[in-house]
Design a protein around this ligand. Sequence first.
Ligand SMILES: [Zn+2]
Ligand SMILES: [Zn+2]
Length: 380
Amino acid sequence: MHCPHTEQGSGRQVCSHLLGGLDDNWTTEQFRHYRRFTGHSLNYVLTCPECREYPLSELSWVCDPCFVEIAHGSRLGTSGRPQVAETDSGLKLQQVDSLPPEANLLQVVPFEKGWAALTETNELILLDSGRRRAFPLARWELPLYEELTLVAREPYVAIASTFGTRGVVVDTATGQVSMSLERAPSPACRFPLGFTRDGLLVHGPQLSDPASGAPVKTLHNPEDFHQSSLSPSPDQGWLAMNGWVWHPMGEVRLLNLNEDRPSRALCRRDGLCDAPLVWLGPNRLGVWGLGELDVMLLPGLRVFDLETQQELSPILGPEGPFAFDQYLFCHTTEDGFSVWDIETGQRVYLHPQVHPLAYHPAEKLFLVQTPQGLTLNRLQ
Ligand SMILES: [Zn+2]
Ligand SMILES: [Zn+2]
């Protein structure tokens, strides 16, 4: 079977039930489907829930526009795995130490001599990896039922309700709030929050001194740009921003904080307002998601060289969130921890059972929560 616009054996594949839905003028909700990776590169087919294991050779063929129409339906999940380039590098993640057991950690970021962590008992603590102890930094009533965004730059930690309107900056030297944060309701966008390499706080379009809250500079973004999560470069003046413009068209924008120029669009993706970003060097930015349309996006990292303004070859397969230190580090609940060589695009290490909470670039350590407690691990 095939759609009227293609021939048997050409185009893309879906199960016959989804193909029949095109004739029956199904609504998008009726195209309930799974994305099933075939195991050949990043290729995949779409099937209804009953046909998830159906032989590929017996699926129907559709043209690209018909495939996109079906893909716009309700996606119930994914099965199979993309085929990625792989090599054995000999690298292994090895436990080098442990830390005292703590209450479950909700969020962790690298901090001076260890990590700043938000516990489920409503406390901000410092995990000192050298002294193998935990110290309280601050405690206050946070809406922990909400997803929170945590960013840190010694001695400040900024916390905001990810999809809400409020946040605070805490001076960990005193445990006091040094600044209150607020933004207009913007439910589709994450709270835009980050520290620049010079220690200034970026919150929304504003750059401020975290000690006093005094405004330093306003970023030049288009008026219709709805800002979402931020990623300041750790070693340069770059600031990358997720967000969207109407209809919604997702945009990753970029500006240089050392210059007084407006931000520029780096890439646009229809329907995708926020995706993991990662700095791959002083002038290289990685942006998750291959493709132009949300329902057709494939796992992988697009790589932009900001000096030459060129897009380089993408890395096929990795899923965010990411960290980078010579290698690209990835972690997902489904696939566990993986390490990628960004020059060759190959996955060089995979450990499906390891779930790091955070990476410390100065100490070269991964913090992992296990049922027995917290462990410090090194890739070697
Ligand atoms: Zn089916
Ligand atoms: Zn067609």
